[in-house]
Write a protein that binds this ligand. Structure first.
Ligand code: ST9
Ligand code: ZN
Ligand code: ZN
Length: 331
């Protein structure tokens, strides 16, 4: 049972159709990792290089001079930002695994902005591609190209032409029509700049007496840590772990990733049932803070129509295509 019992959870006992036959055929013939020349984006190499060096310095300052108030402040933003990605960009907007009323959408958009992972619009487009063309050249972070590429290398080079070509057929009408997401895109630079970087730097200076140097480098430490926790879902959770639901795909169950990514490491399950609001099987939500968050808002009435796979469909799929490993949550 979820911590907050909700009447709006809907058990789905039949797999929703995910694309027509033509799409399935297209997916099959997407090349997996054809030899390619990487077109490096030097601007990103510089900003990521600067960001990582600054985050390391931020770690040093966090251990030596930063106040506890600043550390707790950034940890709180870290949690909010993570849930803005998992409950917002991922489960709500990409997968439509539940519905959210306007106040919750606004809250999630602001929380998502703390994470600055591009605009939600771009995030959703890439993530829908990732699911439709998983681990092929049309997947923006194709894990068959290895850990580094799927983790962050893909952000340092121009996208593969297959991503751009096949991406044209991805349906984004719901996202482009969403006023909350349109706002985030329209005011991206001042809004994301203020919410993710400026305010979290100024507040500790003003209220906790930090110097500009400490405040700025801690902001970058929090931001980069949050990015890497997210990146691990694309890298580690496509490489290391077991496959209780489908042994023919790359995504795996990875407990460590679930811990750092707020319940998003049950990735073999998620790729089989992407429309499940828990992104995890029944009965296994102790590590799934995002599910707890959604359940809370369902209890409040702001989240509704939560979709989840029924126990039966999970078990039969596991018996049919799983690797026979023990999937936690299955009784
Ligand atoms: C960042 C990325 O924000 C974060 C992503 C993380 C993803 C995680 C997924 C995880 C799974 C779920 C679990 C969540 C767990 C959370 C845990 C939390 C603890 N379809 O992109 P451009 C076309 S990094 C269709 O510039 P380039 C389109 O026409 C941080 N079409 O391609 C587009 O034009 P427009 C900050 C597509 O030039 C045009 O191509 N961000 C698609 O090859 C150009 O697009 C950065 O540092 C598509 N999918 O450049 C920015 N994609 O947009 C990093 C493109 O006008 N990115 N097109 O329609 C970049 O600089 C560039 O995107 C690039 C590629 C250099 C990587
Ligand atoms: Zn994946
Ligand atoms: Zn997903």
């Amino acid at each position: 049972m979820p911590p907050f019992s909700s009447t709006s959870v809907r058990d789905v006992s039949e797999l929703p159709k995910d694309g027509d036959e033509e799409e399935e055929f297209e997916k099959l013939i997407a090349p997996q990792a054809a030899p390619r020349k990487y077109d490096i984006v030097y601007r990103n190499l510089l900003t990521f290089g600067y960001g990582h060096l600054s985050a390391l310095y931020g770690l040093y300052l966090a251990c030596t001079v930063a106040t506890w108030s600043t550390l707790i402040f950034h940890y709180t933003i870290f949690v909010l930002a993570s849930i803005g990605v998992t409950a917002g960009a991922h489960r709500l907007w990409t997968h439509r695994a539940y519905k959210a009323k306007m106040p919750l959408q606004v809250l999630l958009m602001i929380m998502n902005t703390f994470a600055f992972q591009n605009t939600v619009m771009d995030w959703v487009r890439d993530h829908r591609m990732h699911h439709r063309y998983s681990d092929t050249d049309a997947d923006p972070h194709n894990a068959t190209r290895g850990f580094f590429y799927s983790h962050m290398g893909w952000l340092l080079v121009r996208k593969h032409s297959e991503v751009k070509r096949r991406g044209k057929s991805i349906d984004m009408s719901d996202i482009y029509a969403n006023p909350v997401l349109r706002f985030q895109r329209k005011y991206a630079i001042p809004f994301i700049g203020s919410v993710c970087f400026l305010l979290p730097t100024i507040i500790p200076m003003y209220f906790f007496g930090e110097t500009l140097t400490t405040a700025w480098h801690l902001t970058l430490l929090r931001y980069l840590t949050n990015l890497h926790a997210t990146f691990l879902v694309n890298s580690a959770a496509h490489l290391w772990g077991n496959k209780p639901y489908d042994s023919n795909i790359k995504p795996v169950q990875n407990l460590a990733v679930s811990i750092v990514a707020f319940g998003e490491g049950f990735h073999n399950y998620h790729h089989v049932f992407p429309w499940d609001y828990k992104t995890a099987e029944l009965g296994n939500n102790a590590l799934n803070l995002t599910t707890f968050f959604i359940d809370f808002f369902a209890w409040l009435g702001w989240a509704y129509d939560l979709k989840q796979a029924s126990d039966d469909i999970i078990k039969s799929r596991s018996m049919r295509t799983g690797d026979g490993s023990n999937a936690w949550g299955i009784k």
